[in-house]
Structure formats: structure tokens, C-alpha cells
Design a protein around this ligand. Sequence first.
Ligand code: KG4
Ligand code: ZN
Length: 343
Amino acid sequence: MSVVLGIETSCDETAASVVVDGKHILSNVLYSQVAMHEKFGGVFPELASRRHLEKLLPIVDLALKEASMTPNNIDLIACSGWPGLIGALLMGVNCAKSLAFAWNKPFVAVNHVEAHLYAAMMDDEEIVYPCIGVVVSGGHTALVLIHELGRYEEIGKTVDDAVGEAFDKVARMLKLGYPGGPKIEALAKLGKRDAFPFTSGRVKEKPYHFSFSGLKTQVLYTIKGQNASPDAKWLIQDDQIPDIAASFQEIALGGVVDLALKAAREYGVSHILVGGGVSNNIRLREIFFERGGSDFTLHYPPFGLSLDNAAMIAGLGYHTFNLNKKSDSLDFAPHPTNKGLLF
Ligand code: KG4
Ligand code: ZN
């Protein structure tokens, strides 16, 4: 049995979790900073780092307590190492390294985006490899062929915004607040999906790449007309906002689903894994079902593991440590991007 303490601080969630053997979650504690960042319309990086610093140790304590564990029981400490906000990552990485040093335990830093996909492996269903992985988060949108855990081949990615970022930006245009995804999803339930004829972005000669900037511009022009100033008068009425939300959501998510299913068919796989904050969206799951029906087995993160969390970090950390068979160096430095690697 291997007990892993996971730490997540790549953006605006301060999180710690205790997971056994990569799968059995004993605790999953999260302090969301959303209320603090909301008034800025997005994450304020410096404030996020400071809040992580204040909250991290109490959150780690709570995660141990809820799991009925003491530092002695912990076999490994895992944290998000990249990509993310660099100041925020530094807090989690330095906390993980300090605890590893103080408790004399090994430590691994993992890729936050890979961990989002790993979250979809934490359901109870058996996964048949190779399978298609679909990352839909606020920072990344990508399609990968997963040969096995840890062995990935990129098929496509976004050439501009990530899908969650597009949700956040459209929500800002509609003055719905941050984070936009859940707000758009809630409003979309009240609107007509075909009210506005938005179209999905395609990238010439890259059939599996995504583009959301054109869709975003279509929404902006619908709200304010072309070449409008930021404070231009709206061309739409307030009661049309749910229709915009529903029409945008349908095209944005439909575009992701269509490419994921096309890839799954072309690569002859039977299982599809979907991870990242946008996988929380119920309409995304419906569209997958409507268009893929019973042709594929879909894996989603279990409840609470779609958005940023530390259980997916602990889970992936367990496997990373088993694959590498060694602790990362205490010289490890976090990185804001994916370091030129696939994720
Ligand atoms: O994966 P995540 O928690 O953080 C990143 O690693 O980026 O994803 C956050 C993103 C945000 O853009 C948020 O608006 C989006 O996921 N999101 C959603 C929903 N819940 C969160 N997008 C659409 N529908 C949702 N229900
Ligand atoms: Zn994330």
C-alpha cells in the first residue's frame, strides 16, 4: 500500500489530498479563491500566490486529519510542477519539497494537464488502451492518443484560446462574472441552442486542431456589432443573453466532441477519456452521448475531480514515482509552460 499526499496550487485553488495506491481517495480538501478573484474578472496572480502561502499548511493539516493519517503514514509527496501561474506553482512546490525534506519522504512534481486526464482514469471502469484523451480546461484544449499511462501522442490542440478560456471570455462579454463556464452553462439551460448561427473554428490542413477565437469574435459582433468600442451599446436585448449562451456553448462543445469522435473512429479506439474543468459541463456529456451514442465507452473524472484538485495530483504522482523509481531532486523548479513536452 502506498499513501500519497498531493498538493495543488497551479492557479487559484489551494488543495491537498491523501490518496492510496493512485485511486482510493481518503481526503480531498480544497480552498477555492474564486470569491477573492471574482471582483477582478479573472485570477489576480500575485494575490493567488499570497493566498496559497497563507492557506497551504492548514489545508495540508486538514487533508491529513480527514484521512486519519500522520506524516509518518505518508510514503510520497506529489505536487503540480507545471504548467501554471509561476508564483502560484512556487508555493505548492516549495511546500511539497519542504515537507519532503522535513519528513524525509520522496517527492515528485507532476504535469497538471496530464493530471486532469488522469482524473478521468480514476473512475471505476476498466480502460482499454490505446484510447483517446480529451483535455478541456481553462488553459489547455488537446486531443491525445494514450498508448498507456505515461505514453501519449499528440493528435491536435488549440491554436489560440483553450475552450474554458473561451467560456470565460464570452461570459465576460456578457457581464456574467468569473469563472464563466458554470455561468454560461446555467444560462444556456434557459436559451435556444440554435438561436444564433455561430460556426465552429477549423484550422487549415490540421484537421484535429481547435480554434476558438473566431467563435469568440462572432459572439462579440453579435453583441456589439463590428468595430465597436468596448463601451458600445449592445445590439441585443437582455432576454437574448440565454440564447447567446446556449448557441455559443453548443458550437464550442460540439466542435470538441466532433473532433474527439472523429479521432476515436480514425484511430480505431473504443474508449475516450475526458478531463479538465470543462468536463464538468453536463451538456458536453450529453453531446458526446448524442453523437457517439453507444459506440464508445466514455470516462469522466468522478464527482469533484473535473476542476483543479489535489487528488488527481496524488494519483498521478503515485504512478510517476512507480515509473521513474526515484524521487525528484529538491532542486526541482516549477515551470509556467509545458516545457516543450506534450503536456
Ligand atoms: O481545469 P480547470 O479547473 O483549470 C485549468 O487547469 O485551467 O478549468 C477551469 C476552466 C475555466 O475556464 C472554467 O470556466 C471552465 O473550466 N469550466 C467550465 C465549467 N466549469 C468550469 N466550462 C464550461 N462548463 C462548466 N460547467
Ligand atoms: Zn487545471
